[in-house]
Design a protein around this ligand. Structure first.
Ligand SMILES: NC(=O)C1=CN([C@@H]2O[C@H](COP(=O)(O)OP(=O)(O)OC[C@H]3O[C@@H](n4cnc5c(N)ncnc54)[C@H](OP(=O)(O)O)[C@@H]3O)[C@@H](O)[C@H]2O)C=CC1
Ligand SMILES: CC(=O)N[C@@H](CCC(=O)OP(=O)(O)O)C(=O)O
Length: 307
């Protein structure tokens, strides 16, 4: 029998992309409230009781309220918001790092943030392997397409029409920093410098490493090979080895649930740039939610993904 999945927030940017990935899947039956009912508490409470799984594609406060509506129901939940990412009782929905079994058996899964997916995909395996220090003050430079900010930021970029680049998070303390620190096992919060560019989707997350100044750090090639080994066999994560003079994000980027990683290094090994490229709405949100949902439902983790 098909698993019933309630998408709370199905009219939003992340919700719509989850629907697109699930709508033709026979293993799932989607429960989606119409325009009249989608913010109605009683209709949503009933949907939580009718569903086997629910995916919260809501702003943080609304996601917390949704958990109250779901209280007492047997439904297993994936929360795409940042409300529960470092909360007790929640499993971090990054199968490559958290472990597939932990997600498969979880009742509450918190979907990673888009930027942390790039950062953690690069740094966490290397810290775990002892090839990067846990007590280094890391920096994260990142750019995202404007769909990363949901309907409000899409509308702002569409209406303004003249924003080429928007640096933000200038007061530090971005809400993604705690999960980056926690799941990379770092002693210090990374210094996070995010920006939005004039493209709908896609992101590049970069961690510059002054290797010659860092204690116990491996050479760029040692770091790259460790990532290759960590992600061996993954259909979602690719560690590239081709030399590149430039790395592009294209405005025409199609939905993708891939995570592409590079380690660029100086010839003398003194410096490296760890770089991740992904779709903020793919492995950064909707694709990751579907990957976890697949595991929770006992299915192949890549089923229905855009790879
Ligand atoms: N966009 C991205 O790339 C990523 C998003 N996320 C997270 O996913 C979540 C959803 O983000 P996103 O899809 O971008 O946001 P959007 O603003 O595009 O969509 C949010 C949806 O939630 C609806 N909503 C708001 N409050 C309620 C409520 N009380 N009851 C029911 N529905 C409600 C909104 O309604 P209305 O249409 O009326 O505004 C909207 O349709 C957020 O927590 C975000 O941080 C995580 C990773 C990446
Ligand atoms: C471009 C942009 O505005 N991005 C959002 C993050 C999007 C995202 O990952 O959502 P979560 O916070 O739920 O993880 C931001 O920086 O707040």
């Amino acid at each position: 029998m098909a698993h019933k999945v309630f998408i709370d927030g199905a009219a939003g940017t992340t919700g719509l992309e989850i629907v697109e990935r699930l709508v033709r899947r026979t293993e799932f039956k989607l429960l989606i409230l119409d325009e009249e009912a989608r913010k109605d508490e009683r209709a949503r409470r009933d949907a939580y009781r009718a569903a086997d799984f629910a995916v919260l594609c809501l702003p943080d406060e609304a996601a917390k309220e949704a958990l109250a509506l779901a209280e007492g129901a047997k439904v297993r939940i994936i929360d795409a918001s940042s409300a529960q990412r470092v909360a007790d009782g929640w499993t971090y929905g990054f199968p490559e790092l958290t472990g597939r079994e932990a997600i498969a058996s979880a009742s509450r899964v918190s979907n990673p943030g888009c930027y942390p997916t790039g950062f953690l995909g690069l740094v966490a395996p290397l810290v775990r392997a002892g090839l990067l220090p846990a007590d280094w003050p890391y920096t994260v430079n990142a750019v995202s397409g404007y769909s990363g900010g949901g309907k409000a930021l899409i509308q702002r970029f569409d209406e303004d029409g003249d924003i080429a680049f928007r640096a933000y998070g200038l007061g530090m303390g971005h809400k993604h920093v705690p999960e980056m620190q926690r799941y990379a096992g770092l002693a210090h919060p990374p210094l996070f410098a995010p920006a939005v560019i004039d493209a709908h989707r896609g992101m590049v997350v970069e961690v510059p490493l002054p290797l010659s100044a860092m204690p116990m750090a491996g050479s760029p090639e040692v770091l790259r090979l460790a990532l290759v080994e960590f992600y061996a066999g993954s259909k979602i994560v690719t560690v590239h080895d081709e030399p590149k003079d430039e790395l592009l994000l294209r405005r025409s980027m199609q939905p993708s649930d891939r995570l592409d990683l590079w380690v660029f290094g100086a010839k003398d090994g003194s410096q490296a740039r760890l770089v991740a490229r992904l779709d903020n709405l793919g492995k950064g949100a909707s694709g990751a939610a579907v990957q976890s949902l697949n595991l929770m439902a006992g299915l192949n983790e890549t089923a229905g993904l855009n790879l």
